[in-house]
Design a protein around this ligand. Sequence first.
Ligand code: PGA
Length: 269
Amino acid sequence: MTKTKIKKSIPRRPFVAGNWKMHRTASDTKILIEDIVQRVQKVATVDMVVCPPFTSLPAAAETLGRHSILALGAQNMHQTKEGAYTGEISGPMLRELGVRYVILGHSERRQYFSETDASVAVKAEAAVGYHLRPIVCVGETLAQREAGETNQVVETQIRGSLAHFPAAHLDELVIAYEPVWAIGTGKVATPKQANEVHHRIRKLLVTLFGEAGSSIRVIYGGSVKPDNAAELMAEADIDGALVGGASLDARSFFDIIEAARPVRASEND
Ligand code: PGA
């Protein structure tokens, strides 16, 4: 990679999203959302998103109401507006429910449902066309890390997954770095390990998109918990978290949001 100058002064608002995966029925969703909303009422300096399963999105939207400080995200999306794609959900269907974000290329989608950088690229471009903000996930496996391939793997994923991304929508993009070996395993990357990769990602984004690359949020995911969130968030290049397991507990999710808040908020003052 060529040497790239990174502008450090651009403030990046912290971003914390809960990826509920295949958890919570519609009725359970109402209870969890109510609990989270009560706790986050006073948080004004963090972008907060919850991503329940498709079937729980209407219940979540209804519970949140129109002007919630918690935004709704989906966990996947088909790139086509409508058509003969059994089992799929389109962008306009999500938008009509009030969904604002969509997770794309999560490692579980890549591993179990054959998502590739090429399919993520098509979806990411389509998502912004439907006014959905993509949270594009990348990350290496344990074998790739042990082989010293982390930076190369992540760079290939980002270049591939953003191959068609329109420059005019860069401020809507969030990148989630999630080392596969840290997801759901309790093995969190050390803040230093995570920040090293985040720093490389930041440089790559600037190489690809110029100055605009400096303001794209790059968040960390993989066993983020209340007890490790603060030290991760304290790293200069970590702009927030994509939280799986711990986002299913309102208290834990709130504690992680709180951990994201002070460091970035004071930096942005
Ligand atoms: P985890 O999941 O926090 O349960 O490790 C993170 C994710 O998969 O987004």
